[in-house]
Ligand binder design. Structure first.
Ligand code: HEM
Length: 254
């Protein structure tokens, strides 16, 4: 009876892990949608309006607390399940062909999860804490642009985003397994759908820092382009003035 309770609770924990994981995937879709506003050519107007809404809306405040709770539950469950797995098998198998028994992604979930945790601490400090509490930058758009103009931050984000994607590749299918979807025909399709989801979402996330980093040089091009235009306009005006002078002078003389 006790064994059944332990097994049931372990299934329950996996279910909670899967549910919270899918909730976090949903958050990523919404988050990416908001971040895409960074790509509009409006000097950050739309993104700053979105960010202002995020900062002032009480509904968002409630969602943020729910999100924090979901993150904490997901991480705590991961620790408990990892500990249970280790204590259930204190002596490692004599022949541990891990690569044959499980995928690379599933074996390194704890490591990729740890990297996500570090990434989140840096990320929340970069944007949420520095901007919402200390107002380090004139706007959220300015914060994002300044941070991604730094090549080290840009590289850090791209590398971390790849690791978040790797974590999700296993996490997505594992959530469905925890819900009991193990059908031999349908499960490979869930795996493919998960892979497609991760590739789409993370190419979007990774594109943003790379685009904003190179946008620095395109801004310079824009400036020099406008600089050139104004110089051309100035010289054109000077020429017009000269012509007017010559014309009016010659008119006056005649
Ligand atoms: C290029 C990629 C990303 C960019 C540019 C970005 C940008 C931002 C910005 C600007 C904020 C502050 C939102 C605001 O209040 O206006 C934020 C918050 C946040 N980001 Fe990201 N983010 C990225 C990727 C991620 C990823 C991959 C995760 C999760 C693994 C993540 C998790 C969060 C969380 C949890 C918050 C706090 C949410 C809130 O309190 O509303 N971000 N991000």
């Amino acid at each position: 009876m006790r064994k059944i309770v332990i097994e049931l609770s372990s299934v329950g924990k996996k279910f909670i892990m899967g549910f919270t994981g899918l909730f976090l995937c949903l958050f990523l879709v919404v988050h990416l949608g908001g971040n895409f506003l960074l790509l509009r050519h409006d000097n950050g107007a739309a993104f700053n309006a979105y960010s202002h809404f995020m900062e002032t809306s009480w509904i968002i405040r409630i969602i943020e607390f729910v999100l924090l709770g979901v993150f904490v539950i997901h991480i705590v469950m991961a620790f408990i399940l990892a500990k249970e797995n280790r204590s259930a098998r204190p002596i490692p198998y004599a022949v541990n062909k891990a690569s044959e028994n499980s995928s690379w992604f599933s074996r390194y979930m704890e490591i990729t999860g740890g990297i996500i945790f570090i990434f989140l601490c840096v990320h929340l400090y970069n944007f949420l804490i520095s901007q919402r509490f200390f107002h380090d930058y004139p706007s959220m758009y300015a914060a994002v642009k300044t941070i991604f103009h730094n090549p080290w931050y840009c590289a850090f984000y791209v590398i971390c985003l790849v690791w978040v994607g790797l974590h999700l590749i296993h996490g997505f299918q594992s959530s469905f397994q925890s819900f009991g979807f193990r059908h031999p025909v349908f499960f490979p399709w869930i795996q493919r759908a998960g892979l497609l989801f991760v590739i789409l979402i993370f190419s979007g996330f990774i594109f943003i820092p790379i685009y904003l980093y190179f946008a620095k040089s395109s801004t310079a091009v824009e400036t020099s382009y406008f600089g050139q235009v104004s110089r051309i306009r100035d010289s054109h005006l000077k020429m017009v003035h000269k012509n007017v002078k010559i014309f009016s002078g010659s008119k006056g003389k005649s």
